[in-house]
Design a protein around this ligand. Structure first.
Ligand SMILES: [Ca+2]
Ligand SMILES: [Cu+2]
Length: 179
């Protein structure tokens, strides 16, 4: 099977692996259905090409400093579903708290950043797309705020942080109109 994959066009190879895909695949980050990467309610060659177009792309970790003044730096983090954000404490007593208008949302995170808690990591949920605003509780009114912009990463069908053959198989396993 693998020797076929090495030499055959990728679509042909993939269709050959259809049985394996339907047997072994589980999970999706798409709002449509498993493998609907585009997403438009049908799993087809568009989704297959989308996965191939982001082949090898991986989940990233975004570094943010807290302190050295009442600031997060950078204060705008452009990320994608499944990435992580890692805050590093620099000085003073801060928090990183998700919410708007200096009010915790109680949904994503509320973590101290001080001499005892010098770092905090937030894994962005693989099914989340949109904005996650955050602020520092003691210094929000001094403008110590930030925002995580989360772009979709549906091409990582398996939501394991890498676009690879498993995602291709996920698309093939979901082939056809979403049910
Ligand atoms: Ca994957
Ligand atoms: Cu602060």
């Amino acid at each position: 099977m693998l020797s076929i994959c090495r030499y055959a066009p990728v679509v042909v190879c993939s269709l050959g692996l259809l049985g394996w895909a339907s047997a072994g695949f589980a999970g999706s980050t798409s709002p449509g259905c498993p493998g609907d990467v585009s997403p438009d309610g049908v799993v087809n060659v568009v989704d297959l090409l989308a996965v191939i177009g982001r082949w090898g792309d991986i989940a990233d970790t975004h570094e943010v400093n807290a302190g050295g003044g009442f600031v997060f730096s950078p204060s705008t983090i452009n990320a994608k579903s499944g990435d992580s954000v890692h805050w590093n404490w620099l000085s003073d007593n801060h928090t990183t708290t998700s919410g708007t208008g200096c009010t915790p949302d109680g949904v994503f995170f509320d973590a101290p950043l001080n001499t005892f808690d010098r770092e905090f990591t937030f894994p962005i949920p693989s099914d989340f797309v949109g904005q996650i605003p955050f602020f520092c509780q003691p210094h929000c009114f001094f403008g110590m705020t930030g925002v995580i912009n989360v772009a979709p990463f549906w091409e990582d069908v398996t939501a394991n942080g890498v676009v690879d053959v498993q995602d291709l198989l996920g698309v093939i396993g979901g082939w056809g109109p979403c049910k």
